[in-house]
Design a protein around this ligand. Structure first.
Ligand code: PLP
Length: 436
């Protein structure tokens, strides 16, 4: 009997704990590049890339072939027991690609949160200090230290404390919400005055574009100021590139826009095109601080994921996906910006390359978020065959993470659905058009 989404959803609700979120009751049967088909045969355009994992699209033929070749050889030995060349080659490549002239070393783990955890372990081992500064609205994962660093209580932290100590949050600079770079830097100085002296701070961790928090772009001068502050106080600067990495923003890493060299970087998601792999890459002398056996994991650097990641790096280079991200970003920002002229619920459209966001507000007021409209838009778009994701501290931002291998035609089709859905949902709204 053919499967239905409804039947599978009923089984899902019984089988899974409710804490495991679920955006759409759509069960995928197969997917290719920027399209997915559900068990009922319905086609969906994928503007979410499985939350930023598929910069190279679903099952890129080169990634698929690399994985198939690896599966013919072996699937697991454990990198910590009997290693293999692909992992070494991948580490060498990432060390070269990470920005800045200082020699680098890498470790592999399995998830983004694990990479984040390990940056703090390494920074603490290197500095002999305990404190960590992160930013309000930032997201770093669901494990304990990653949760502590995450700057959003509901749903990520509520009910799960106590968290590891010595973690402090400063506001992230968001011009649209009236928080300047100076405000953020002043807040860090306040942490040094009120909470912990800089000589006890091991690390500052920051996303170059806040992902889950709402796609707010860190101004280059902010990241440059953090670099200076860390140099001044001997603090390890950790740049979390888990969502921004691998050509998404028009550079291989978003931090390149600021022209600074991170001490440590986290990488995951699009690194391996859909296979679980994460990495910490950083300055060799810092990376070498923990002793042998202090870092690692059973599945860390799985040979299948390493084969996929090597293919992903080739695809990014050969298909010039950084350039393509810039083109996609321009196409999307222009189309959505035009729509904003007649749709007052669009408060702001912003992008860094193909990391594109649309913030939905009431009465053109940046301080009046519209999470209900945002949720309704996600559903309405899905009913027309488009998968989009929401994000934001107030749940009022649509984030677009189109595969960088998608054609203009499919991107235009998806954008048409976004704009038509928003028009339907806001038809008859009495809001004044003042943002044209
Ligand atoms: C910036 C950032 N850091 C960390 C994470 C956690 O990654 P994972 O879900 O693989 O643990 C995410 C996931 O969305 C992320 O966007």
């Amino acid at each position: 009997m053919p499967k239905s989404n409804q039947d599978l959803q009923a089984r899902r609700d019984t089988a899974f704990a409710r804490g495991l979120g679920n955006q759409l009751p759509v069960y995928i049967d197969r997917a290719r590049n920027a399209e997915m088909w559900d068990v009922e045969g319905r086609r969906f355009i994928d503007f979410g890339s499985g939350i930023a994992v598929l910069n190279t699209g679903h099952l890129h033929p080169k990634v698929q072939a690399a994985v198939a070749r690896q599966l013919d050889r072996f699937s697991h030995t454990c990198l910590m027991v009997t290693p293999y060349e692909s992992a070494v080659e991948l580490a060498e490549k990432l060390n070269k690609l990470a920005p800045g002239p200082t020699p680098k070393k890498a470790i592999f783990v399995t998830t983004g949160a694990e990479a984040v955890e390990n940056t703090i372990k390494i920074a603490r081992a290197h500095t002999g200090r305990s404190g960590v500064i992160a930013f309000g609205g930032g997201f770093h994962g669901r494990t304990f230290m990653a949760m502590a660093l995450t700057g959003k209580v509901a749903p990520y932290k509520a009910g799960f404390g106590p968290f590891p100590g010595d973690v402090f949050h400063a506001p992230f600079p968001i011009a649209y919400h009236g928080v300047s770079v100076k405000d953020s830097l002043d807040a860090i100085e306040h942490i040094f005055k009120y909470d912990i002296e800089p000589a006890k701070v091991a690390a500052i961790i920051v996303e170059p574009v806040m992902g889950e928090g709402g796609f707010y772009i860190a101004p280059p001068e902010f990241l440059q100021a953090l670099r200076k502050l860390c140099d001044q106080h001997g603090i390890v600067l950790v740049i979390d590139e888990i969502q921004t990495g691998f050509a998404r923003t028009g550079k291989l890493f978003a931090v390149e826009y600021a022209g600074i060299e991170p001490d440590l970087m986290t990488m995951a998601k699009s690194l391996a095109g859909g296979f679980p792999l994460a990495a910490v890459v950083g300055k060799a002398n810092i990376m070498d601080a923990p002793g042998p056996g202090g870092l690692g994991g059973t599945y860390a650097g799985s040979p299948i994921a390493c084969a996929a990641a090597l293919a992903v790096l080739d695809v990014i280079e050969n298909e010039k996906l950084c350039d393509r991200a810039l083109q996609i970003g321009q196409l999307m920002a222009t189309t959505l910006g035009d729509a904003a002229k007649t749709l007052p619920s669009i408060g702001e459209v912003r992008n860094l390359g193909a990391m594109v966001a649309m913030e939905l507000v009431k009465n053109c007021d940046p301080h009046a978020p519209d999470p209900d409209l945002t949720k309704a838009l996600v559903k309405q778009a899905a009913s027309k065959g488009l998968v989009i994701l929401s994000c934001g501290l107030y749940g009022n931002v649509i984030r677009f993470l189109v595969p960088l291998t998608a054609s203009d035609e499919i991107i235009r089709e998806g954008l048409g659905i976004v704009v038509a859905s928003l028009r339907e949902l806001t038809a008859g709204s009495t809001q004044a058009v003042v943002n044209g």
